[in-house]
Design a protein. Structure first.
Length: 247
């Protein structure tokens, strides 16, 4: 996917500087959730309905769930776009089994991926990355459990952050809890006052090392400064069936 500055729906002043483009690729196991960027309301609604149909299938008895999914993701898309999100996807990854398919996967692991752009004073990417790492380390010192590390990607200096969280619900049968792990890559634009933020989160915390590799592979594909915008750039590398067909 190649974008002018992280939000195709944003207008730019013809007399101002041209925002720096960037591109990235994701694994085919990710299924993009429509955000409505650059679409009118009717087209956005149709894409959300198609997404819900892919998710739940065509069974008539699941129509209520398809409608609920459409409404939920429509509301979530507005919040994400307002926060600078340019890509949102659900990933379904087979775990175990054999590479040739002779042995089926033992299970499927799920994760959510968001990629967003944030405005940030950025006089020098190396200094900016160091400042981000310091700020995140201070957050850890305030009691938030997380690990932060400076890294160098093909696109430039970046910061990797891994954090865990716990969610709890009071139910009639007692409290129910769920743990999540979140992996982030903070990547300053090389020539722009912006930051690219890649976030992968999952409740399958036992797959942390697997998802670290997944996000690292995505981060390695990020590139900045493309002059020509392809009319229809695909975010995935090889073309495969919808991952929702796997379960």
């Amino acid at each position: 996917m190649t974008l002018p500055h992280g939000s195709p729906a944003a207008d730019t002043d013809g007399d101002g500087p041209v925002p720096q483009a960037f591109s990235f690729h994701v694994q085919p196991e990710f299924h993009a959730v429509p955000l409505g960027l650059g679409e009118d309301t009717e087209a956005f609604q149709e894409r959300l309905q198609d997404f819900a149909r892919d998710y739940w299938g065509e069974l008539q008895g699941l129509e209520v769930l398809r409608r609920l999914t459409t409404a939920m993701y429509a509301a979530n898309a507005q919040t994400l776009v307002e926060g600078g999100t340019v890509y949102n996807a659900i990933g379904v990854f087979p775990i175990g089994g054999s590479a040739d398919g002779a042995q089926p996967p033992e299970r499927h692991s799920r994760a959510t991926l968001t990629i967003s752009v944030r405005d940030l004073a950025n006089p020098d990417p190396h200094l900016t990355a160091a400042g981000i790492a310091e700020s995140l380390d201070k957050a850890v010192g305030s009691g938030e459990g997380a690990e932060t590390q400076l890294v160098t990607l093909p696109a430039g200096p970046a910061v990797v952050r891994i954090a865990g969280s716990r969610a709890a619900w009071d139910l009639p049968d007692g409290e129910q809890e769920c743990f999540f792990v979140r992996i982030e890559v903070w990547l300053p634009f090389p020539d722009d006052d912006r930051l690219l933020l890649l976030c992968l989160s999952t409740a399958d915390v036992q797959d942390l090392h697997f998802y670290q590799a997944v996000l690292a592979d995505i981060a390695d594909t990020v590139s900045f400064g493309a002059d020509d915008q392809p009319e229809a750039a695909d975010t995935t590398l090889p073309s495969t069936p919808s991952p929702f067909n796997a379960y």
